[in-house]
Design a protein around this ligand. Structure first.
Ligand code: EPZ
Length: 420
């Protein structure tokens, strides 16, 4: 397994380009199952998770074509079966996103039940309950979700007990071809849900309210092909900005969107960063100053994103003062804390809150990644450490960050990948 080797103590400086959003590209790839026309998807990030979703479509008999510009063209008319096997689903939970499209287009789907992962049990009960309300017959047996519907799914008035991003996306896709109107109350408002909705509308779906907590979908008879460019990745953007703030640096991130990062930019200003924004770029400058600790609480959009909690914890470890970080979305998203304390951080876990007392510096050490965003936080910890840190199990990082060592090298970091 590859490792990343990081020599800390460098302030990040320079410019990088942000890739397309993983958590928007994944549902949009699943949405190609809703039509037999060709859908072209541009600005896809080059990530393991994207490859896995393309592999999943492939194993169902749908052969995406990757063109010279690395855009993907998908025509699902060659589909052979409607099963998503455990071998693929176990590597990527987002495979559950094929359930809604298969069920509403073909009346059948058999999707392996995604297991839990490092950050929590992550059940899919809300996906299943909503689809049952729309008339689907669903049994969970032998580790598989076995779903079918006689005729079309029925539009329904659905109240999601919890805000669920992929749950909202699954139901929204299922509703596009259902009979009648579906209203999703307590819908997720994440920008990636809006991006998927915008792509579905371009395919001919009748959707309003995306971005609010009430989404209304009127079923249509069929969807057609389109060409759609995936939005920039706000989590990748925030990760690099936080790394620059932690290392007292100055960076500019391009091909991104400041309007969907307001909660993060406001926290970065609290740590002492000077932030300038343009239509598709963000510049952060710490003027060489050590960051100040911040306190924050994660929650569904537009509140502070859970996917940037670990990264901010890393920043707090070497900031001035003490900050508390509360995680309200997942029940076990502090796996990085133990590793950071091994590097000399002073973090106490109290239930779903960590209290981080800033220290002057961390000491590099061999650490192990446990999930995608924890991996990024350990890289940030390595960047602000004395001497060398090696991060193991970085297959987690390759799932969600395109060319991370190259982009950090462009910003002056001393980081390299070593095969082990
Ligand atoms: C999406 O996961 C993202 N993944 C996650 O990003 C992100 O952390 C999460 O939303 C929250 O923003 C993708 O979009 C592919 P949820 P998702 O359903 O949809 C509970 C990353 O790092 N829940 O919004 O799986 C669940 O356990 C990944 O890129 C149920 O109880 O998350 C959690 O506590 C990590 N039953 C909460 O809701 C359900 O049926 C929110 O989960 C569904 C969810």
């Amino acid at each position: 397994m590859d490792k990343l080797l990081i020599e800390g103590g460098i302030s990040l400086r320079g410019e990088i380009r942000i890739a397309g959003a993983k958590n928007s590209a994944l549902p949009i790839l699943a949405a190609t199952l809703l039509t037999h026309d060709t859908v072209q998807i541009c600005n896809l990030p080059h990530l393991f998770d994207i490859t896995t979703m393309i592999e999943l479509l492939g194993c169902m008999g749908v052969q995406p074509i990757i063109d010279e510009k690395l855009n993907v063209e998908v025509n699902s008319s060659t589909i052979k079966h409607f099963n998503a096997p455990y071998e693929l689903v176990k590597t990527m939970r987002a495979s559950i996103l094929v359930l809604g499209p298969l069920l509403t287009r073909y009346g059948r789907a058999e999707v392996a039940l995604p297991g839990g992962c490092a950050i929590g049990s992550r059940p899919v009960n809300l996906h299943i309950a909503a689809l049952q309300t729309m008339g689907a017959d669903i049994v969970v047996e032998d580790g598989y979700i076995k779903a079918s519907t006689k005729g079309k799914l029925r539009g329904a008035h659905i109240f999601m007990d919890m805000v669920t991003v992929t749950g909202t996306e699954n139901v929204m896709m299922a509703a596009t071809l259902a009979d009648g109107q579906t209203i999703i109350e307590n819908a997720a408002r994440e920008p990636e849900v809006v991006d998927l909705a915008n792509c579905l509308v371009k395919m001919g779906a009748d959707i309003t309210g995306q971005g609010s907590d009430t989404i209304v979908i009127n079923g249509v008879s069929e969807l057609k092909g389109c060409s759609y460019s995936v939005m920039p990745d706000r989590i990748e953007t925030g990760t690099y900005l936080i790394a620059a703030a932690a290392t007292k640096g100055r960076i500019k991130v391009k091909d991104t969107r400041p309007d969907i990062l307001e909660s993060v930019l406001s926290k970065l200003e609290q740590v002492g960063a000077e932030i300038k924004v343009g239509e598709n770029w963000i510049e952060l400058d710490m003027h060489g100053k050590r960051p100040k600790s911040v306190s924050l609480r994660t929650a569904p959009y537009p509140a502070f994103p859970t996917d940037m909690q670990a990264q901010f914890t890393a920043l707090n470890t070497i900031a001035t003062g003490t900050g508390s970080i509360t995680e309200t979305v997942f029940e076990n998203r502090f796996m990085h804390v133990h590793e950071m304390n091994r590097m000399g951080a002073s973090i106490k876990v109290e239930g779903n809150t960590v209290i981080v007392e800033g220290v002057d510096r961390l000491k590099g050490a061999p650490v192990m990644a446990t999930d995608l965003r924890a991996s990024a936080s350990l890289i940030i910890a390595g960047l602000v450490s004395d001497n060398v840190t090696t991060v193991d199990r970085i297959y987690h990082i390759d799932r969600g960050y395109e060319c991370i060592e190259e982009k950090l090298q462009l910003l002056g970091a001393r980081i390299r990948r070593i095969a082990s």
